[in-house]
Design a protein around this ligand. Sequence first.
Ligand code: NAI
Length: 254
Amino acid sequence: MKEKKMTFTVENRVAIITGGAQGIGKSIALELAKAGANIVIADTNAEGIELTIKEIESIGRKSLGVVCNVANAEEVNKLINISNETFKKIDILVNNAGITRDTLMMRMDEKDWDLVMDVNLKGPFLLTKAASQIMMRQRYGRIINMASVVGLMGNAGQVNYSASKGGLVAFTKSVAKELASRNITCNAIAPGFIETLMTEKLDEKVRENYMSVIPLRRFGKPEDIAALVLFLASENSSYITGQVIGVDGGMFMR
Ligand code: NAI
């Protein structure tokens, strides 16, 4: 494959990526590392963390892996403290960890509502609150939240997931307003259908239905998301905050 021309840089920045052990989060971690950042991977999957860390180090960057459930305040505070002790700053936070527990609302258990809300919405709140204290002191920060196209358009079978992602979009806008005066930007990305383990479990009929509404007629790759994260994490995006940007092959146009 032809080598991509490097346009954006995050040289010597420190980035925390939640859910960085696989899929989109891993691709983001590698993209930011290639562009010069040192990386903290926070995930519940210890084995996946180890593999990602090895790849980051082979690129020549420093990295730290922390087993952390983003929905647990104590674990999140530990993560932020150890990251700051290790690297002396936190410049970039990517709230990427997310889960699905899909079923029609009539069949959905309260526990599956709560679990999805805890990981997808409370998690980013806990991380953003803790990391932004450090970013405020630095007077610099880039916060990037992984929402979803279904948080904007809704989806049958995903009332919990779509509500969590819609909430994340509103959270992003409010955080952007609260932190702008400290030179901290906060933006959301709304991916469409991206080929990862999360979407691999969907049956063929569902995949066909998605494909039929994607004007670019292909599913996305984790690298399609990572490219935008790099831009939003770089200096080049300094006048962009409170935005939600779709990376979905044209599936949803506002
Ligand atoms: P994935 O399932 O492949 O990876 C998610 C990662 O998050 C895993 O490494 C997992 O261990 C970690 N994780 C799960 N719960 C956690 C917790 N409580 N604390 C810390 N880490 C946790 O998912 P994928 O596809 O890479 O998705 C990443 C993000 O992108 C998610 O927020 C997802 O909702 C969002 N997204 C994905 C789309 C897709 O088509 N794959 C579409 C739209 C949004």
